[in-house]
Design a protein around this ligand. Structure first.
Ligand SMILES: [Fe+2]
Ligand SMILES: [Zn+2]
Length: 230
């Protein structure tokens, strides 16, 4: 009897250790960063949804389509963070997005500023963290891919913005350049070369129809699997 109890405890101990070892630990700072990243991506996604509706209201259909593609891209980022947090047994609480809505003229400028902030200040800092375990390496890969995707978001926003403010300097990003009046903006919107956008479902990178490759250059997802936004 004593022997049976001894063996049972020994087996339980081994199983317990096995479960403990197989669940990789990540440090507290990494968890905090992941949670903050999720909040930021959800806020950005909801902001782009609101910007899409606003641009439609203003009959700026080309801009609306870009904002729609951007919201899908940000949703990919948010989903990636949710999956990572779930794999680390973290509860996902509901998140109140922070949205500042204005007219499309200002929404465009704000979007460029926000994308630049992420590209210059958020992801470089996140990637300075330490990622010793396999799980943490996976997290740093997601950060790196998201960073690359955000650069495509900024480029597409600047392309449409530069078209609207062709006389503005290229690096208005930081940005006091003013956009034309609402009526003129509408005229320009209808002049802007009609574009369809393709969003990578793995990393949220966006391509326009003039530059869509056979596969995503970040993750190799084939063109046929990209999400078409028209
Ligand atoms: Fe973005
Ligand atoms: Zn991709």
């Amino acid at each position: 009897m004593k022997k049976t109890i001894f063996y049972s405890i020994a087996i339980l101990t081994i199983v317990w250790q096995f479960i403990g070892c197989s669940r990789e630990q990540v440090n507290q700072q990494t968890l905090e960063n992941l949670k903050k990243s999720l909040v930021r991506e959800i806020s950005t996604r909801e902001t782009y949804k609101a910007y899409t509706n606003q641009a439609e209201k203003e009959h700026l259909h080309q801009v609306a389509r870009l904002f729609k593609a951007l919201s899908i891209g940000e949703n990919v980022h948010a989903s990636n963070y949710i999956n990572l947090l779930k794999s680390l047994d973290q509860d996902i609480t509901s998140i109140d997005p922070f949205i500042v809505l204005d007219s499309t003229r200002f929404n465009l400028q704000n979007s460029i500023k926000e994308e630049l902030f992420e590209i210059d200040s958020v992801y470089p800092v996140l990637l300075m963290g330490k990622f010793p375990s396999q799980t943490e390496k996976k997290i740093s890969d997601v950060y790196r891919h998201t960073w690359e995707a955000e650069k495509s978001h900024k480029s597409l926003l600047l392309m449409i913005y530069d078209f609207f403010v062709s006389e503005a300097p290229k690096n208005i990003e930081k940005s006091e350049a003013t956009l034309p009046s609402q009526n003129y903006l509408q005229k320009l919107d209808s002049d802007f070369l009609e574009k369809v956008y393709y969003v990578c479902p793995v990393d949220g990178k966006i391509f326009d129809s003039q530059n869509v490759p056979e596969s995503c250059n970040i993750c190799k997802t084939p063109k046929s699997k990209l999400i078409k936004v028209e």
